[in-house]
Write a protein that binds this ligand. Structure first.
Ligand code: SF4
Length: 250
């Protein structure tokens, strides 16, 4: 069968549909961010119980989103305040208070749930996100939104190969680093580093962010920048980078 010619994708905007939306028939829907897709109760954070209360009280249909979150549909506008209160009472932040890095990120279940996992993902991602937040703040890049993904093996169930920055598990406490996907997930990333130990995250990413600060064009996104300059240029820059020597002008 003849392969059809390449078709251009129209420009489009990524939208995760989190927060409150009018669904067009007088009802509302609410996109509830679920970090790495894990519905759980843990200390004061009681997402599982909150969902139970919402289902028992309102019997609303829910949809799992392709970014591991939940869309609660068919909400009567008069119930909006009460549902917000249920979520707040169970320790859930409104979407405006969720760090954009966390909101964009995804990790697969990996250890201990997946027999193919070579290392952690869902349980490690919060630590990586915290380190990335700290690094971005330190380099005066706190407003940057970088789409990150992590998986426990190269099967790539959290779609790391389209992310701006991705970590693909390849052994105990070790990840491949992928760069250059687009913020709207329309481009495949490239492998940048074959192995990065957990302890080397900052040392690996800081030089790339420094190059991004110095060489980005206009308001280029991080993934678009990496795609434009390519792996070789980033490697060369990283080799001569002095840690702590570059910050964005605040
Ligand atoms: S990416 Fe690998 S470790 Fe993660 S869920 Fe898929 S198969 Fe399992």
């Amino acid at each position: 069968k003849k392969i059809q010619p390449w078709r251009e994708i129209k420009e489009w905007k990524y939208n995760d549909w989190m927060g409150w939306w009018d669904q067009g028939d007088g009802k509302l829907f609410y996109g509830l961010h679920v970090e790495n897709g894990r519905v759980k109760d843990e200390g004061d954070f009681r997402l599982k119980t909150a969902l139970r209360v919402i289902v028992d009280t309102y019997n609303l249909p829910m949809v799992m989103s392709p970014t591991q979150s939940i869309i609660i549909r068919d909400i009567d506008p008069k119930d909006k305040d009460d549902i917000e209160k249920i979520l707040a009472d169970h320790g859930l932040k409104p979407i405006e208070e969720v760090d954009p890095l966390n909101r964009l990120a995804m990790a697969c279940p990996a250890l201990p749930l997946c027999g193919l996992a070579q290392t952690e993902a869902e349980r490690k991602m919060p630590d990586y996100l915290a380190q990335m937040r700290s690094l971005l703040n330190k380099m005066n890049l706190s407003d940057e939104e970088i789409l990150m993904r992590m998986t426990g093996c190269p099967n790539g169930c959290a779609r790391p190969y389209m992310a701006e920055l991705a970590f693909v598990g390849d052994g105990p406490k070790s990840y491949q680093v992928w760069l250059g996907g687009s913020p709207v997930l329309t481009r495949t990333a490239f492998p940048f580093k074959a192995k990065m130990k957990n302890t080397d995250l900052e040392a690996t990413v800081e030089p790339i962010l420094a190059m991004f600060i110095q060489q980005r064009q206009n308001f280029e996104a991080f993934g678009d920048f990496c795609h434009r300059v390519g792996a070789e240029a980033i490697e060369a820059f990283s080799a001569s980078y002095v840690p702590g020597s570059v910050k964005a002008i605040s």
